[in-house]
Ligand binder design. Structure first.
Ligand code: HEC
Length: 189
């Protein structure tokens, strides 16, 4: 072995020591009101995207995501649980969203690019972000319904959103208004 590997070894040891020293010093801006240093953010994004893609492979997307009953079930869940962070066509912003880092995407604008990945993210959440795992409290059928609704969401204006999420009354979800046509009530247009 020549000189090169030794220099390299010493160099990396130094870099690791410097890194640990930096961490130990505590100066890193860990507050949610200041963005990550660019390379850190790029790394985390890449890390997250790779992990989500890996975990979502092999998930079979059900065939019924266009079923109005399924979309309507997802609409109720979305409106009840997700709008504080992800907003809806009825909101400009919320009180929590501006203070979150990473900031939750506006799903009514972005939609979502891949149903299997969206399913995985909704079920398992994303560590060290505000995105919770909904799997502990919701079964796969309900989570797929949310995915079905998310596919539809970018096409909805405020009144279409209101119509889809207006539930006939109480929490007892799933069956009422299955075809999305049961809302011949009170809205004036
Ligand atoms: C407390 C805030 C919060 C709530 C409530 C929340 N999310 Fe999220 N969600 C986030 C954050 C933050 C991210 C982005 C994480 C990141 O950038 O890594 C996210 C990411 C996502 C993504 C991935 C989007 C993409 O393009 O990468 C999906 C899909 C999603 N959420 C769906 C939902 C659904 C459906 C609900 C309701 C059942 C929900 N979220 C509720 C904070 C929240």
């Amino acid at each position: 072995m020549g000189k090169f590997p030794k220099t390299l070894l010493a160099g990396s040891a130094l870099a690791v020591a410097a890194g640990l020293g930096f961490v130990w010093s505590g100066v890193y801006a860990i507050g949610a009101d200041e963005p990550h240093w660019r390379p850190v953010e790029a790394f985390i994004s890449f890390f997250r995207d790779r992990a989500i893609a890996h975990h979502a492979t092999g998930i079979t997307v059900p065939a019924n995501l266009d079923d109005p009953a399924v979309i309507s079930m997802g609409a109720e869940h979305y409106n009840a649980m997700c709008t504080g962070c992800h907003l809806s066509p009825l909101q400009q912003d919320s009180e929590i969203r501006p203070g979150l880092y990473p900031q939750p995407p506006k799903l009514a604008e972005h939609g979502m690019h891949d149903p299997a990945e969206a399913f995985w993210v909704i079920k398992h959440g994303i560590k060290l972000t505000a995105m919770p795992a909904w799997g502990p409290t919701h079964d796969d059928e309900e989570i797929w319904a949310m995915v079905a609704f998310l596919r539809k969401l970018p096409t909805l204006d405020a009144s279409a959103y209101r119509r889809l999420t207006a539930s006939p009354g109480e929490e007892g979800d799933h069956d009422a208004g299955a075809s999305g046509q049961a809302d011949g009530h009170a809205h004036t247009h």
